[in-house]
Design a protein around this ligand. Structure first.
Ligand SMILES: Nc1ncnc2c1ncn2[C@@H]1O[C@H](COP(=O)(O)OP(=O)(O)OP(=O)(O)O)[C@@H](O)[C@H]1O
Ligand SMILES: [Mg+2]
Length: 289
């Protein structure tokens, strides 16, 4: 298996015994085409109960497409996905899943307040009636966790990009999901808020939440990460211990975007279309310096 210099910390390692428990997400041989472009070319990925898995890779390597396929937003042309051991096409239990999409600049068009957006994350639990006391408390707590209590009545349109991102994270947290999928949750979020979010996520993970997140920087989340899966051109080229953040722990000369990861040993690739990259070729993690 992988022989990368392990970035796994004691904190993540302590949870390792749980790792072999029930699979929460499995992706096997996933292929997807967008436009006429093969974007996923035979991806295998598994996330087990209680695990925190980071999906890394350079821009355009297929990370967002992979997580969007897991939540059924991108159809596969081949392969299969299960959530909580149920084939995706039969999965209906979306209250168990929280999702934070990659930040875009697109405005929603419908002005909603911070509280409304966060409460919408709770909808799948309140389908059969008005939100109860517990629902309202979960919404207020999630808003408080991301530090936006004083903005709860404001329109999300009046927020900065980073604040908006924190609203999306609060919305996912409000649902109290068993599986939290986040696509670059820290993008555009200032360092102080990143620390708050990392502490929040740590609480969720300690309580048993399973996490799959796309990252460009391990940053404040690094201590939480059990395993990293690196994509390249729609293929998995590494599945193992998280690499040390390029630029954080290496010399300035190797700190270029997506720089080499030392001593890597790519997982065996059996899918046609995904070829192991040549030995000695740098593995691009997409981690920012
Ligand atoms: N709707 C679409 N139609 C056509 N091509 C698409 C579409 N969405 C994504 N792609 C292409 O699929 C490839 C993978 O995109 P994806 O968004 O999954 O990459 P990513 O790894 O998340 O990149 P980033 O780090 O920039 O977020 C890219 O080449 C992109 O241009
Ligand atoms: Mg993306």
């Amino acid at each position: 298996m992988a022989t990368v210099e392990s970035g796994q910390t004691a904190e993540a390692a302590q949870r390792t015994p749980e790792r072999r428990s029930a699979p929460v997400v499995t992706v096997r041989g996933a292929r997807a085409t967008l436009g006429s472009r093969p974007v996923l070319r035979g991806i295998d990925l598994a996330v087990h109960s209680g695990e925190v898995v980071a999906l890394l890779g350079a821009n355009g390597s297929g990370k967002s497409t992979a997580v969007r396929s897991v939540i059924g937003q991108v159809p596969l042309t081949d392969g299969e996905i299960t959530l909580f051991s149920t084939p995706l096409r039969r999965f209906r239990d979306w209250a168990r899943v929280g999702y934070v999409p990659q930040r875009t600049t697109a405005a929603s068009g419908v002005p909603a307040t911070v509280r409304e957006v966060v409460a919408s994350g709770r909808l799948s639990r309140t389908r059969f009636g008005l939100p109860g006391k517990a629902d309202r408390a979960a919404v207020e707590r999630a808003i408080e966790l991301v530090g936006l209590t004083d903005r709860a009545k404001d329109s999300v349109e009046a927020l900065s990009g980073g604040q908006h991102q924190r609203v999306l994270i609060a919305r996912a947290l409000a649902a109290g999901p068993e599986l939290l999928i986040m696509d670059e949750p820290m993008a555009g979020v200032d360092l102080a808020s990143q620390d708050i979010l990392a502490a929040t996520l740590r609480e969720q993970v300690a309580a048993g939440t399973t996490v799959l997140l796309v990252l460009h920087e391990l940053g404040a989340l690094e201590p939480l990460i059990d395993r990293a899966v690196v994509l390249r051109d729609g293929c998995v080229v590494h599945d193992g211990p998280p690499p040390r953040a390029v630029g954080q722990h290496s010399s300035p000369s190797s700190s270029s975007r997506g720089g080499p990861m030392p001593g890597h040993d790519p997982s065996p690739l059996t899918n046609p279309g995904c070829h192991p990259h040549a030995a000695g070729e740098p593995l691009r993690t997409g981690l920012l310096s």
